[in-house]
Design a protein around this ligand. Structure first.
Ligand SMILES: [Zn+2]
Length: 204
């Protein structure tokens, strides 16, 4: 898909897809564009919400894989559906919970990605500024992208996920896109990981 300047961009691709599939609609897909994360993370969530991610269950449905090949690459116990690989798989669920616990919050397992969106944004109750809410929303995109990336690395590169490292990467990644949003944000991923309050302290 080609942008205004004749360049291929993920943004132009997604905007065109949104126009085609959701013309006149006010679905939660609209929220995808409000993220502060890089477009690649938004693209992953957009595809996941629209049953466009090539999970093994997706490929079985389209007769690309046999029904026996639908197992989740992380746990190898359940069918690899979108909600399983991004949310409900045991190892993945632990990652989500670590981020929620990092913020000092608690939640219940969402039914699926649409429920996740509603819960996630509602978790940050109280007196939080717009910037802090945006960053919190951005974490949701980043986690989904990171999990999908880890899944692809396992399937295509045979790289077994080391979840502690993935957690650290998430914070370094987050510090990077927050800095892209505002270059005066000087905290590192390690600072974020140590204390989430640096986000509110910085934006105060
Ligand atoms: Zn699994």
């Amino acid at each position: 898909m080609w942008g205004k300047d004749g360049d291929y961009t993920v943004n132009s691709c997604m905007l065109a897809l949104e126009r085609i599939r959701y013309a006149g609609s006010t679905t939660y897909v609209t929220n995808v564009w409000k993220s502060i994360c890089p477009p690649k993370t938004e693209m992953t969530l957009w595809l996941a919400l629209n049953e466009g991610l090539c999970t093994r269950a997706f490929l079985v449905k389209r007769h690309v894989l046999s029904p026996q090949e639908d197992r989740c690459p992380f746990c190898e116990q359940h069918s690899e559906t979108v909600s399983h690989i991004l949310l409900h798989c045991q190892v993945v669920w632990k990652l989500w919970n670590k981020i929620v616990a990092w913020r000092g919050l608690s939640w219940v397992m969402p039914y699926g990605l649409d429920d996740l969106q509603c819960q996630w944004l509602g978790l940050l109750q109280g007196n939080h500024c717009k910037f802090e809410r945006s960053v919190w929303g951005g974490f949701m995109f980043s986690i989904i992208w990171t999990i999908w990336n880890a899944r692809n690395n396992l399937i295509f590169e045979d790289q077994k996920p080391i979840w502690e490292d993935i957690l650290w990467l998430l914070f370094y990644f987050a510090a990077g896109w927050i800095r892209n949003l505002n270059s005066s944000f000087w905290y590192t991923g390690a600072d974020l990981y140590r204390n989430h309050e640096c986000i509110s302290a910085w934006s105060a």
